[in-house]
Design a protein around this ligand. Structure first.
Ligand code: 0A1
Ligand code: ZN
Length: 871
């Protein structure tokens, strides 16, 4: 066990910065192992106090420290592993420092590091302190000028803002000087140096300014940046039209790098992307890749206003930029790809990641109040639940008031670092409403459970609804208060037609109930027939809803709910109940047949969108089902889900075959949503056919794989073959590797596919793959493809009764923690749910967490998560 228990940082201890920096001049002399960084800071004391100047700095080799041109003697400053401290600093002065750093050996990928022979940076959240001494906190905003000098082989030298000078130097060297006119915190600083190809375009903004757009990629890859460029231009226009936000510099750059801890980063004017979220062509990227590229390009671009122009006062306010920006990117994707399908996908992701987090020991509020390492708080709660909170806000006040509040926020806080309170105050100011109760959504962790009971009085034509809410305790929050929960609700008649009603004398087809007490009763009048209640339409709040609806009500909804989200949800509810019944040994075969029939009818509904049908065909995931079973038995869930898939496959064989043939694509590939939807449905049909492992299915899957003219279909075929197993699968795997071994992003898919294989042999295979020559634990994409996919998406094998799956994960966490703590920590979460599993499994998971927590020399990142998971 570590001896020094790290101390948490608390929101309650926030104090404004003791010193401010108005101007920053950085000089980089780039060299892989000995980069020199000179910093010239114009510093000013903030208020009347006698505190010393304390600057963050880690892993820096000091060269010199000077104030107003005078080099400080050692007695005048102290340097330790974390800080440079100058006790008797003047009130206003120029601080000049010089340090040396070693980017090539920086495998934590934080600060300045090298990826593919190029220099790049990652400074959020606290990476800038690994570049130079600085107040590394988001509420110190300053104007940056950056000079970069390097060997000419590092052909492109990039930083934030505008290029103001560049030229050749003696000795085969060159330089570039960049100036960013917008004051920014240091976490938004970026630098790139290296040989790159560039894809260029232009966009004329709403006020007629021309902006140069450049995407820098590995040599030869520029054509694969075309889709990202298209997504960027659509994002820029959308933000103008939807939020009135115009881009502010004359140049916008994106750089793709292969080694990156997260998805992408919104550095001002110079976004840096994990190449997996930027590069795409039909041969190497799936439709899902295209979809993610579109949303992440939009997300990072939208940060220019929600993150860069207005940033966070401190890291507790992370959701201020992240939840809001996810909300903006989800709204964009919905406009691009269809609202219902997008909402279903967003809710699936929310449930899979955030609901699981909320039910375990790592549950935390959207705005946490303490942390050890902020890197650990880039979570589904901050991002996805943070977005849900904004969505509820919009639902509660309506779109016009929401837009007014956003306008006020941009006007009031532009150029500042602020808080969630101030964001919410903008909406209070434009509506005159009180948001005190609403604020609990930011401060209270846990997923509320909402119950709904209905009673219909045919004589009186009234429907009484009884609603109640309860949020289970989470770590550090034993008691919870009621939250304001928006419940959008409509009624259907027995044939699935919309049933009109009245609420408070007003005629309506749909109504919004805001449940803000522990319980409430609502009476709807003028209800002409016994209704089917369609509640929580569009998933109007991030809660778990239980109702007294009968299975027959769900069938009515599945066939015809006007709210497509609830139509899909009804199918999921039915499937969940059937699988859980089987998992508990109470299979209901009659109901399973009924479900198969209903699904068949939905598949043949000519009016509905193929993308929606593909979602209908997918059963709830095993992890989704595990959340609904206490204690969870992954083996039983896997077997039960497979059994239902087999039944559906047998029942729907002809329909599925018809879809598979009918949706065959002959023309040229297009990544648009409608074409992607057709491919999704065709591959979903094949996937379900493959649940029935007869010889014909093997041939069908093999034929599908071999005929594939794009990566979506190739992966669809391969994944169907994986279910069937045997020689066909092994041969296809070998063929795939041979064909794509020079394409790292495709080989990531090859690793991930094998990690998802539920076959008994998979754990051994996954362990073996860590010794494959193409496996590289130093590359986060490759590591995640194998290890994280296995732990998160292969519950049947991860929860092997021997505990070998858990041991494998713990071994990987400990190995990776030695050089990349941030990425190691992100692997801890699958073990965190140990209390939810069967006691014999939970004990084995716990044992591995204890082994991790007890390891000497553990990083703060992994220490925080492992100890919290055990608490
Ligand atoms: N702000 C980025 C996420 C991000 C966070 C940390 C990183 O490195 C430690 C990188 C990216 C986003 O929301 O896209
Ligand atoms: Zn973000």
């Amino acid at each position: 066990m570590r001896t020094d228990t790290p101390q948490p940082i608390r929101l309650a201890d926030y104090a404004p910065p003791a010193f401010l920096i108005d101007e920053v001049r950085l000089d980089f002399d780039l060299a892989p192992n000995t980069t020199r960084v000179k910093a010239k800071l114009t510093v000013r004391r903030n208020g009347e106090h006698a505190q010393p100047l304390v600057l963050n700095g880690e892993r820096l080799k000091p060269v010199s420290v000077a104030i107003d041109g005078r080099v400080l003697a050692e007695a005048e400053r102290t340097i330790d592993a974390e800080f440079l401290t100058i006790p008797n600093a003047p009130d206003a002065f120029v601080l000049e420092t010089e340090v040396e750093i070693d980017p090539e050996n920086n495998k934590a990928l934080e600060g300045l590091y090298m990826s593919g022979g190029r220099f790049c940076t990652q400074c959020e959240a606290e990476g800038f302190r690994k570049i130079t001494w600085y107040p590394d906190r988001p509420d110190v905003l300053s104007r940056f000028t950056v000079r970069i000098e390097a060997d000419r082989k590092f052909r492109h030298l990039l930083s934030n803002g505008n290029l103001i000078d560049a030229g050749e130097l003696p000795g085969g060297r060159h330089f570039a000087v960049w100036n960013d006119p917008f004051p920014k915190p240091c976490y938004l600083f970026a630098l790139v140096g290296g040989e790159l190809d560039v894809l260029e375009d232009k966009l004329v903004t709403m006020t007629g300014r021309t902006v140069d757009l450049r995407i820098y990629v590995d040599p030869g890859m520029a054509p694969r940046a075309a889709y990202a460029m298209d997504a960027l231009k659509r994002s820029m226009k959308w933000d103008e039209e939807t939020f009135g936000r115009e881009y502010d510099l004359d140049l916008f750059m994106i750089v793709a790098v292969r080694d990156f801890n997260f998805g992408a980063m919104e550095n001002k004017g110079l976004n840096i992307f994990n190449s997996s979220l930027l590069l795409a062509d039909p041969a190497t990227a799936t439709d899902m890749d295209y979809e993610r590229i579109e949303s992440v390009v939009a997300h990072e671009y939208f940060h220019n206003w929600t993150g860069d122009r207005i940033t966070c006062r401190d890291w507790f306010q992370l959701c201020l930029k992240e939840g809001l920006t996810v909300f903006r990117d989800q709204s964009f994707s919905a406009d691009m790809r269809g609202h219902a399908v997008q909402r279903i996908k967003d809710v699936k992701a929310l449930r899979a990641r955030q609901f699981a987090e909320d039910q375990g020991p790592l549950a935390h509020p959207v705005r946490p109040s303490s942390y050890l390492k902020i890197d650990n708080f880039y979570t589904a709660t901050i991002y996805e639940k943070g977005s849900e909170v904004i969505r509820m806000l919009k639902t509660l006040i309506g779109p016009e008031a929401f837009r007014k509040g956003m306008d006020l926020y941009f006007e009031r806080w532009d150029g500042h670092a602020t808080t969630v309170e101030e964001f919410i105050r903008c909406f209070a100011d434009v509506t005159g409403r009180d948001f005190e109760g609403f604020f609990a959504w930011y401060e209270q962790a846990g997923t509320p459970r909402v119950s709904l009971k209905q009673s219909y009085d045919a004589a009186a034509r009234t429907l009484e609804l009884e609603l109640a809410q309860e949020t289970p305790p989470t770590p550090g929050q034993p008691t919870k208060k009621p939250l304001p929960i928006p419940v959008t609700l409509g009624l259907l008649d027995g044939d699935g037609r919309t049933l009109a009603f009245e609420r408070d004398g007003q005629a309506a087809d749909e109504t919004l109930i805001v449940l803000d007490q522990a319980s409430a009763k609502v009476t709807l009048t003028g209800v002409d027939a016994a209704p089917v209640v369609s509640a929580l339409r569009g998933f109007s709040s991030p809660v778990e809803l239980t109702t007294d609806a009968r299975a027959s009500d769900r069938y009515v909804q599945l066939a015809g709910d006007a709210d497509l989200f609830n139509r899909w949800e009804a199918g999921q509810e039915l499937a969940r109940a059937l699988i859980l019944a089987r998992a508990k040994g109470a299979a209901d075969e009659v109901s399973e047949e009924r479900y198969a029939e209903a699904l068949g009818r939905a598949l043949n509904d000519q009016a509905s969108d193929p993308a929606f049908k593909a979602l209908l065909l997918a059963l709830p995931s095993e992890s989704d089902l595990a959340l609904a079973m206490a204690p969870a038995d992954p083996a039983a869930i896997h077997a039960a889900r497979d059994a239902l898939r087999l039944r559906l496959s047998l029942h729907l064989t002809e329909d599925l075959q018809r879809l598979h043939i009918g949706l065959q694509e002959l023309g040229e590939f297009s990544p648009d949503a409608a074409s992607a939807g057709r491919r999704a449905l065709r591959n979903a049909a094949l996937d379900l056919l493959a649940a029935n492992p007869r010889a014909e299915t093997g041939e069908l899957a093999d034929g599908h794989y071999r005929a594939a003219a794009n990566m979506t279909d190739a992966m669809g075929g391969l994944s169907a073959l994986m279910q069937i197993g045997g020689d066909l699968y092994e041969n296809a795997l070998t063929d795939f590797f041979q064909r794509w071994k020079a394409e790292p992003l495709v080989i990531d898919k090859w690793f991930a596919l094998q990690a998802r294989d539920p076959d008994e042999s998979a754990l051994g295979r996954v362990m073996g793959l860590t010794a494959h020559p193409a496996f590289d634990e130093k590359n986060p994409n490759r590591l995640r493809a194998l290890v994280s996919t296995f732990a998160n998406f292969n519950p049947a094998r991860f929860h092997d009764p021997s505990g070998a799956g858990y041991r494998f994960l713990a071994d990987q966490i400990l190995a990776v923690d030695g050089f990349n703590p941030m990425t190691a920590a992100r692997l801890v979460e699958p073990l965190g749910g140990w209390r939810r599993y069967k006691p014999e499994l939970g004990a084995l998971m716990r044992k591995e967490l204890e082994r991790i927590a007890g390891t000497e020399g553990l990083s703060k990142n992994v220490y925080e998560l492992a100890t919290k998971a055990l608490a």
